[in-house]
Design a protein around this ligand. Sequence first.
Ligand SMILES: *Cc1c(COP(=O)(O)O)cnc(C)c1O
Length: 440
Amino acid sequence: MCATMSPLALFGGPRAVDGDPGDTFSWPIVTENDEAAVLDVLRRGAMSDTDVTEAFETEFAAWQGRDYALAFTNGTAALLAAMFSVGVGVGDEIICPSLTYWASALPAFSLGATVVFADIAPDTLCIDPDDIEHRITGRTKAIVVVHYMGHPADMDPILAVAARHGIPIIEDVSHAHGGLYKGRVLGTLGGVAAMSLMSGKSLPIGEGGMLVTDDREIYERGVAFGHYRRFDGTIQSPALRDYRYLPIGGIKGRMNQFSSAMGRVQLREYDDRATEVRAAINAFWDALEGVPGLRAHRVSPTGDSTMAGWYAAGGHYVPAELGGLSVTRFAEAVQAEGSSCRPGINRPLHLHPLFNTCDVYGHGKPTRIANANRDLRQPHGSLPVSEGIGALTYGIPQFKRYRVEVISQHAAAYRKVAEHAETLMDGDPGNPASLCGWGI
Ligand SMILES: *Cc1c(COP(=O)(O)O)cnc(C)c1O
């Protein structure tokens, strides 16, 4: 078919998506309850106190199913403290997937440690369980597992590797609060978990992070690292008690109580809201079942794993089923239909200059090498799945409400473009050298 005859909106045809989406995409959801809770803190001038935050921690720990929850200014600080709490220090190594937000990895640099990246599995987009063990050395102090874009990592083989070598797992649950892996709650599978609660995340509290664990020693190390006022007589660990009242990490990690107040309200609503998000996104994918080139990135909707609050939902792209059409051109046509489609996911961290050439701390050589005392940089070609995945993925509309009419219009846009892929071949510029950015 010639392009001018195509019904695609890109060529002047009618758009598949029209009308007002209403609240379908509004996020975060803020009600009078959030406002009242934050106003109470404001009127009391209690922003820098810890009464609300400690109540939030108690409720969070109960919801998460762990003994301890410790709040931080943001997820990055919680991850830094989690790494410290399991013993990551000078000259050590952590193993982390290359496809993740930078905060899963970079705090290791601040602790004098370095990062060894593992590849991802092409289906889950999470760390590949078969690409971990051969990267373990005597200096490996933690394996960071990210439940990426809501998808639970395949934990059974990862837990087995970690147990064989006695290495703690840090779960980064920033994309998957409350999700399930074979019936078990994400964030309870490793020795410690940390997560972001910033306002774009599925559990949005303003700005904040949380560390959770069942281990008193890990919890106390988290307190000692960044909570000087709480690093007091309650601390039991003999190794820590001498240093009380000053934060041994030189970090002030206290959460602003505007955030913990909002967090208490958001947590009460969270499970219901996440259920609705899952219903919405599953409906989108159900409507696209069998469409060439497009595959859901999801677990079975009827199994005992879940996509949590389905943060940064996306899909797999199979260009071979669409005549080799690039995801860039595909996304352009979907956008013209009035829907949203972002080609690619995160760029692979191991190729960023910060992990290759940057001397952050004045060692006279790149930090990546200086912190390990050997060159463990991973050049182009070393993590092929992470490097190639951009061309095979895209972000879909971030449905937050189950609005059937809106969802079916967006699904129709994707279906229409896939079914007319051949009319897009002519103007296909191909994909740029790198898709997407560093932000997911
Ligand atoms: C958002 C995010 C973080 C960092 O959390 P902040 O609250 O933004 O500091 C860490 N890891 C992942 C995977 C994230 O998406």
